[in-house]
Each structure stands twice: as C-alpha cells, then as structure tokens.
Design a protein around this ligand. Sequence first.
Ligand code: FES
Length: 111
Amino acid sequence: MRDMQDTMSKLVPLFPAAELEEGHMRQAHLPDGHALAVYRVGDQYYATDDRCTHGEVSLTEEGTLDGCIVECSFHFGSFNVTTGEPVAMPCEVALKIYRVQVDNGVVHVEI
Ligand code: FES
C-alpha cells in the first residue's frame, strides 16, 4: 500500500510551520528548484505556484496577501489562494495549487 502511495504522490518538507505568521506568505522551493508561494490564512496553510500566470512576477516578492486573496502588484490582478482561481483581471489563468499538510510542525506540500 505504501509503495502505491509513494508512486502516486510525495510529501516534500518545506519549513517549520511556526516560521509563517498568520496573514503572511513566503516563498519555498521544491527539490527541482520550482518556486512556490505558501500562505497562512487563519490556521490554514495553502500553496500555489509563486509565478503570476499573467507575467514573470513572483507573487511572494511583488504581491500582497489580504485574507485569502493575493494581489499581483504589476497589473493588480488577483487570485484566491485556496483555489488558485483568478478573481480580478487581467489574470485569467488559475494558479496551480498544491495540497499542504503540516506534520510534526513542518509544512509539507504534496507533489
Ligand atoms: S503580471 Fe501579475 S497581474 Fe500582470
């Protein structure tokens, strides 16, 4: 059973959960260097690709988080971080989202 789960998905540890305060976001990287944005909204953690789907912009470096909405400062498009869906133009393509799990106080994403 475990082998089957391992072939389907893998949990990647990112950073201690306590390092991300409520209402904040931070960048993290997958083992291949792919950049993610990890958000804390209340007691929940969410993760998406860090790059805005409208341009070559890092949401964690250039964006702002307000509740569950991250706004890209380049053209003020925005996304719901819980679903990845765009909620303000000019963004039309959803962000890829990742399932997040906190194990032993460490934030993990499923890939
Ligand atoms: S690059 Fe993000 S809204 Fe245009």
